[in-house]
Design a protein around this ligand. Structure first.
Ligand code: KG4
Ligand code: ZN
Length: 355
């Protein structure tokens, strides 16, 4: 990456990124000078749809089959023989441990065979740094709203590995609230994008769902009450439920989540005085959220940065960019261990070289 993107200069480096923490198998090749050279992704959505959610064992087995062909494809598209790689970054956690192990074992072994450093990457650091792949990249320090299937966090990002948590969810994550509400509405997995699509045809204000903790000081979130409210609305509608009613409920859910996220994020901008806002993680693909956050940022004279749509949800380009940042700052693994951690708090990360 270029200096303007917050990375150190020096010799150009080329690395492979591997992501396998959940139900996407993905591989990317990133060059520090030329940017992203290729990114390949296979989504297991069809495999898990039958079960209404991700089945961990099936996910791991499918990653085993997909990853190596994806590596070959990504290298071929990047016109990069493996021998030209300077490092291999892989998602080391958090995530489904079996799924993580497939990418970690492949990444660590490839790095060993090629005689290059391996970089174990924190999946959420990947999400946080995904906007660095864009032409207009955010400077440090900035405020980040990280909204995914498992996390909802407001973070002050001072530098790589220097994160201050302002607040997070006490229970369900924003993506989980989308997914669980979608399930109650009978929408297929994965529910979040389906609910968002349905909400586009719904009328605002017909269903007013709770916006918990919005008026409270601090930056904590709570979304678990939303699914109960949706369940009651669906139950009340009973046999009379039809498509327009479903769309109105979906609109009510989306508006409640968006209002809550935007309210807290706007307050965080005001209280921290930061004027650069990054929005990342799967839920940052939500159009209504993007528009409302854009308006809130503009009203405060703040700049807003999103990953492009395909890099909001899980992908390997973000793992490569986070791996590149760490590699350039001396953050490669110094041992041969295959690292896979189901749980790994983002706040336990440090900048490379800092204890
Ligand atoms: O970051 P991600 O791909 O995986 C995790 O690390 O969790 O996020 C997935 C989450 C899911 O809950 C999914 O429903 C949600 O992001 N999501 C959306 C949209 N696209 C993905 N939620 C609302 N609207 C969307 N357009
Ligand atoms: Zn993710």
């Amino acid at each position: 990456m270029r200096d303007s993107k917050g990375f150190k200069g020096g010799c150009p480096l080329r690395i492979l990124g591997i992501e396998s923490s959940c139900d996407e198998s993905a591989v990317a090749v990133l060059d520090s000078d030329r940017g992203l050279l290729s990114h390949e992704l296979f989504s297991q959505v069809d495999l898990h749809r039958l079960y209404g959610g991700v089945v961990p064992e099936l996910a791991s087995r499918d990653h085993v089959q997909r990853l190596l062909p994806l590596v070959r494809q990504a290298l071929a598209k990047a016109q990069t023989p493996a021998s030209q790689l300077d490092g291999v970054a892989y998602t080391a956690g958090p995530g489904l441990v079996g799924a993580l192990l497939t990418g970690a074992a492949l990444g660590r072994s490839l790095a060993y065979a090629l005689g290059v450093p391996a970089v174990p990457v924190h999946h959420l650091e990947g999400h946080l740094l995904a906007p660095l792949l864009e032409e207009r990249a955010p400077p440090f320090p900035h405020l980040a709203l990280l909204v995914s299937g498992g996390h909802t966090m407001l973070i002050v990002v001072r530098a790589l590995g220097d994160y201050q948590l302002l607040g997070e969810t006490r229970d369900d994550a924003a993506g989980e609230a989308f997914d669980k509400s979608a399930k109650l509405l009978g929408l297929p997995y994965p529910g979040g994008p389906e609910l968002a699509r349905l909400a586009e045809g719904g009328r605002a204000g017909v269903f007013e769902f709770p916006r918990p903790m919005l008026d409270r000081a601090g930056f904590e979130f709570s979304f678990s009450g939303l699914k109960t409210a949706v369940m009651l609305a669906v139950r009340e509608a009973g046999a009379a439920i039809n498509d327009p009613l479903r769309a109105n409920i979906a609109r009510g859910v989306q508006d409640a989540i968006v209002d809550t996220l935007v309210g807290k994020t706007a307050r965080a901008l005001d209280e921290t005085g930061l004027n650069h806002l990054v929005v990342a993680g799967g839920v940052s693909a939500n159009r209504a959220l993007r528009e409302a956050l854009q308006a809130a940022a503009t009203a405060r004279g703040a700049e807003i940065y999103f990953p492009r749509f395909e890099f909001c949800t899980d992908n390997a380009a973000m793992i490569a960019v986070a791996g590149m940042a760490r590699l350039q700052q001396g953050g490669a693994a110094t041992h041969l261990a295959i690292e896979a951690r189901a749980q790994w708090p983002l706040m336990s990360l440090r900048a490379p070289g800092v204890q």
